[in-house]
Design a protein around this ligand. Sequence first.
Ligand code: G3I
Length: 321
Amino acid sequence: METLKEKYKDYFLIGAAVNASTIRTHGELIKDHFNSITCENEMKFSNLCPREKEYQFEKADTIVQFAKDNELKMRMHTLVWHNQTPEWVFLDTTKEGLEERLSNHIHMLGKRYGKDCYSVDVVNEAIEDKLDGFLRESSWLQGLGNDYIERAFLLAKQEMPEAKLFYNDYNETNPIKRDKIFKLIKELKEKGIPVDGIGMQCHINIYHSSMDELKEAIEKYLSLGVSIEITEMDVSMFRHEDRSEILKPTIEQYKAQARVYKECFQIFREYKNDITSVTLWGVSDDVSWLNHFPVNNRRNWPLLFDEMMKPKEAFYEIMNF
Ligand code: G3I
């Protein structure tokens, strides 16, 4: 059977989010089909440094070694985020103290993994979702002021000069959010801040029908002279606000999912010169974050491989055109 990475070798890298356990339990599937990986959690601030000055690199190291042993490329996720950052970072400190903590963190990551990663999500999800806000009121913003984003990019450039530096966000094709992301990156570029790309997370669902918006967002971001990576794709069986549960998807739901994957991949392929990688947020349906969110232990089936790690209709759909 042809694999995903073979099929897409002339288009872009095909990635998966992995974690310390899936590289063991799903290692063969990862090696067969993917040529890029992202740590789902293991390179986040709270996982690496739950207490000040106590870095625990073991899990991330194991994943980086797995990538090296199997010739997989790596994305780094993520340096600055409002979520999964330990509380100590923002406690008992001044603005200068917080700057130093940020700088130390980026230094530690750059030194250890900078050369192993082709791209880095320097800042994640900094835009406000509510209509009337621009930047999210995060502890980073409160502690460092509006220019914390540019500081992070400058530090990342200094510490990992060879990696491509990305701004990464979700709901990135929604025109209102898209325009805010565009404004942020435009302003950064105009100031000479080294932003190389925009990460489009692509957490969507089987009811997704706005392929025009996907194209428009890609076009708009590309007009800034950046590249694009699809960083966290999955296609949920549920609408965003739906909290109901199902035992198993219907044939129609699997078909709808396959259609959404195909239509998205059709567009990604059109932009193969600008899209470096397309990463799925997980390996197979049994290990998706959507089995825990927004309803804990509600099963979802958002990926290309099922709970038995077998290819689904969505897989065949993007392989056979
Ligand atoms: O590791 C602990 C474990 O010790 C504990 O027993 C268990 C109890 O709940 O929690 C475990 O930690 C969980 C962790 O995933 C590892 O499984 C956290 O509770 C849980 O919140 C965390 O969720 C992660 C989420 O980010 C946090 O916001 C998901 O795995 C991860 O897929 C998700 O990824 C994010 C991207 O980084 C950014 N974009 C959105 C995407 C989806 O939310």
